[in-house]
Design a protein. Structure first.
Length: 189
């Protein structure tokens, strides 16, 4: 069994590839949502949202569907959800919200295509109080309502993916200023 640090190091070095929008992404979200609702404890799982670039029609993205799942108790999620999804082949990380190793933590899963092992879904499980995560829905909605801003974001992502093809941390950090500026506009609305 790999150590946590080995698993994290491997995950952050996986190739970043931006592809044209795929109209199948919303259906991929719906199918995974149905799967999660069918196999996970209903007393823990509340709402499930599609967010990130694959949730914005027409926007090029990494071909990985981001899902935000509200859970009632993260401690119980570690005990009752993580083993279920790990048994199905999902990668599980108890991930810090900020920085490298500080609270608050949340449950993060990577679903992979079984044959190729490429990522298909990122599943972020947080409690209702994790406002920073839920605010990402504002970013999604702002991009949907402002296609010109979505195109700027798309250009930035292509540039960052070209510069940091195997450095997910640098790729994500490179988007942070743009996202923060859009979030300020979205919150003023």
């Amino acid at each position: 069994m790999d150590s946590r640090s080995q698993r994290v190091a491997r995950a952050v070095q996986e190739e970043i590839k931006i592809v044209p929008y795929d109209p199948a992404w919303p259906e991929s979200f719906r199918q995974e949502k149905a799967h999660l609702l069918a196999c996970l404890p209903r007393d823990l799982v509340q709402r499930i949202e599609h967010f990130g670039s694959t949730a914005v029609p027409g926007l090029a993205a990494k071909p990985i569907v981001d899902m935000l799942v509200e859970v009632t108790d993260l401690g119980e999620t570690r005990i009752r959800i993580a083993p279920v999804l790990e048994a199905q082949g999902y990668d599980y990380f108890w991930r810090p919200t900020h920085g490298d190793d500080g609270p608050p933590f949340y449950a993060w899963f990577i679903k992979r295509e079984p044959r190729t092992r490429t990522r298909t879904h990122h599943i972020h499980m947080v409690e209702k109080s994790f406002q920073e995560h839920w605010d990402q829905l504002l970013f999604r909605d702002y991009l949907i309502q402002h296609p010109e801003v979505a195109r700027e974001y798309e250009r930035l992502k292509f540039e960052l993916a070209a510069n940091y093809a195997n450095d997910r941390v640098a790729y994500t950090n490179g988007k942070s200023t743009f996202i923060a500026n859009v979030m300020q506009r979205a919150q003023r609305r």
